[in-house]
Design a protein around this ligand. Structure first.
Ligand code: GLN
Length: 202
């Protein structure tokens, strides 16, 4: 299994370390040719306007869309979630909107949790992870780290909701082979989300 991690800006090295720890070949993606022969791609957290603009500059948006059409798994964490979205909502500055891949049928608000609590950690119940859990892990909540996180405000009919915050906003979702989390599993030692993604890629 060969997984690419978009390495333009943000928390890409943490994903690479976890993937390698799981025995997966992990490659940094900066140019379209780095997408060749991948089984899946992770778009990391960071600053979505920066990542999006660099992705346009390096000609990566179309090849990533082609990967999705070819049925390859793609996972966006935080800023990556924003880039996967079809639409943005909520207040935002002029000219600061990132270009979107428009692959997932979700509407997303950036920096949606307010200034005082723009970073926080919470334990989430995510029953879908049971599919990749060891007996010791089964049913255990997932410790989710949110950093100036986006929130999914509207989900289309093809979206499977994987987790909500306090039974409210959607913070993890799947659309077929596309996966998205508003939080950062790569900043914890719990590898269940990475294993869940590898199962989608395999
Ligand atoms: N606030 C960032 C953005 O809107 C996302 C934050 C993150 O990826 N941790 O791009």
């Amino acid at each position: 299994m060969r997984i690419g991690v978009l390495a333009l800006q943000g928390a890409f090295i943490e994903h690479i370390h976890i993937l390698r720890g799981l025995g997966v070949e992990a490659v940094e993606v900066r140019l379209p040719e780095h997408l060749d022969r991948l089984d899946g791609l992770i778009i990391p957290g960071g600053e979505s306007t920066t990542i999006g603009k660099l992705a346009v500059q390096y000609g990566l948006l179309e090849p990533i869309r082609d990967m999705a059409s070819a049925g390859k798994a793609i996972w966006g964490t935080c800023a990556g979630l924003i880039l996967l979205a079809r639409k943005l909502s909520g207040p935002r500055g002029k000219g600061a909107d990132p270009p979107l891949l428009e692959l997932m049928d979700i509407t997303v608000a950036r920096n949606a949790f307010g200034r005082q609590v723009d970073s926080f950690e919470v334990d989430l119940a995510i029953p879908a992870l049971d599919a990749v859990s060891s007996p010791a892990e089964a049913g255990r909540p997932f410790h989710a780290v949110f950093i100036r996180a986006p929130r999914i405000e509207v989900v289309g009919p093809e979206i499977e909701v994987l987790a909500r915050l306090d039974e409210g906003p959607v913070v993890a979702a799947r659309q077929d082979h596309l996966l998205t989390t508003a939080f950062h599993p790569e900043l914890t030692t719990d590898t269940r989300f990475h294993r869940y993604f590898l199962a989608l890629a395999g």
